[in-house]
Write a protein that binds this ligand. Structure first.
Ligand SMILES: Nc1ncnc2c1ncn2[C@@H]1O[C@H](COP(=O)(O)OP(=O)(O)OP(=O)(O)O)[C@@H](O)[C@H]1O
Ligand SMILES: CC(C)(CO)[C@@H](O)C(=O)NCCC(=O)O
Length: 395
């Protein structure tokens, strides 16, 4: 479907982008139609609260033109910021983070007349997670033995924690509070490695295809297990069961087979297991370095996939002997974009501006409580995450 065919019920007032090595993530605020005429309810001190939804969309970075079209037709023109002839009527403040906020700044200016308000990538990731954990009910969960369990977040006992963001590459950040963090480690073996190697080894064309393949595969065909080395028995003295992987892809050295002799689904499965295991282990080692018990995993590599979450959880559980806990987030892929969104600062006190020109005073104020929280998918093929019902405070 052409981006301009998507229907938006109200004008978009705020937009934040996280432009990464593989994906561009968008978070935008869509005010509800039931607000007063200008979309807001005045609450005193010159402030107004606007009810609406945070909506999510993503595009492949290599298809950045689709993203530009989406913003042009659905956000700028729809909100009356840009004429259909391409001239921009007003300034539309857009928050941007990730490497692409630098790389593509000129392109956005030239094609859309948008000048990015740049936010630091690590800072945005941390702000995004803190926002989700403090504001959105049932955001964090554990996944072990096929069981998903939501985690009750105690606001007074949230820090410190380790954030592991698995994008193209992986960043590990120790978080001690709002705006208090340190990037303590990282690895270049991340989601980009999975997708890149996967494309080369299986000839599949997309991440979804690679995931689909991995569902059907059996990693034991290619991975060398402890039992393969120990004649079918456990090496219990050092805590390794016969089914533990001794060497990822290790069977390929002795089978006398070529790549074509393996089923692509088995290759995809081994690859997914290798990357997830490795990240789980490095995460645990870094948690150990700083005595951290809670590890939140984010980034689009996870995509809510049970096998990935299970592998990471088992790795963390195994290496920490049950001491550390792997936790996942429902809006895992949008941490940076959400963080950039919440960075709208008190920039303007002018009352004659329309809502979309005003600044969010205290980031996102409130999300609706557990009972009324709606798991809404808006135009599913474009809004990939769940919309968040919320209200924002405008100066
Ligand atoms: N539809 C998709 N297309 C491509 N990759 C996807 C898709 N869905 C999930 N992924 C996975 O997510 C990864 C990208 O995750 P994410 O968007 O969090 O990182 P990024 O911001 O692009 O990277 P970085 O932060 O390193 O610049 C990909 O490398 C891939 O493994
Ligand atoms: C370079 C970034 C921060 C870009 O998002 C990310 O891809 C990453 O953390 N890569 C891992 C780099 C490393 O620490 O080895």
């Amino acid at each position: 479907m052409d981006p301009k065919d998507y229907c938006f019920s109200t004008q978009i007032s705020h937009l934040a982008l996280d432009i990464g090595g593989t994906l561009i993530k968008l978070v935008y605020f869509s005010p509800n139609g039931d607000n007063s005429q200008d979309g807001s309810i005045v609450v005193g001190n010159g402030c107004s609260v606007v009810k609406g939804r945070l909506c999510f969309a993503k595009f492949e970075t290599r298809k950045i033109d689709d993203c530009l079209d989406f913003i042009r037709f659905n956000i700028l023109q729809h909100s009356g910021v840009q004429h259909p002839n391409g001239t921009t009527r007003d300034k539309f403040p857009v928050k941007a983070t990730g490497g692409g906020a630098f790389k593509f700044a000129e392109l956005f200016k030239e094609k859309l007349g948008i000048v990015f308000d740049k936010e630091d990538e690590m800072h945005s990731l941390v702000s995004g997670v803190n926002f989700l954990l403090k504001t959105v009910p049932r955001e964090a969960f554990t996944y072990l033995d096929g069981q998903k369990e939501f985690v009750q977040i105690d606001h007074n006992d949230l820090y410190p924690y380790l954030l592991v963001n698995i994008g193209s590459g992986v960043s590990m950040i120790k978080v001690d509070g709002d705006g208090k963090y340190e990037r303590i480690s990282g690895t270049s073996l991340g989601g980009g490695t999975f997708l890149g190697l996967g494309k080369l080894l299986t000839k599949c064309k997309s991440f979804d295809e690679l995931l689909e393949l991995s569902h059907q595969g059996n990693n034991r065909v290619i991975d060398m297990l402890v039992g393969d080395i120990y004649g079918g028995t456990d090496y219990s003295k050092i805590g390794l069961s016969s089914t533990a992987i001794a060497s990822s892809f290790g069977k390929a050295i002795s089978d006398g087979k070529e790549l074509e002799d393996y089923q692509p689904e088995d290759v995809a499965r081994s690859l997914l297991r290798m990357i997830s295991n490795n990240i789980g282990q490095i995460a645990y080692l870094n948690a150990l370095r700083f005595g951290l018990k809670r590890i939140f995993f984010g980034g689009f590599f996870i995509r809510g996939l049970e096998y990935t979450m299970d592998t990471i959880s088992v790795a963390v559980h195994f290496w920490s002997r049950g001491e550390a806990k792997a936790m996942f987030l429902r809006h895992e892929g949008f941490l940076g974009a959400l963080g950039a969104f919440t960075s709208y600062k008190d920039q303007s006190h002018s009352n004659d501006l329309k809502p979309h020109h005003q600044a969010v005073q205290r980031a996102v104020l409130k999300c609706s409580g557990d009972d009324s929280f709606r798991h809404t998918l808006v135009a599913a093929n474009i809004n990939d995450g769940e919309a968040i019902e919320c209200s924002i405070n405008l100066v």
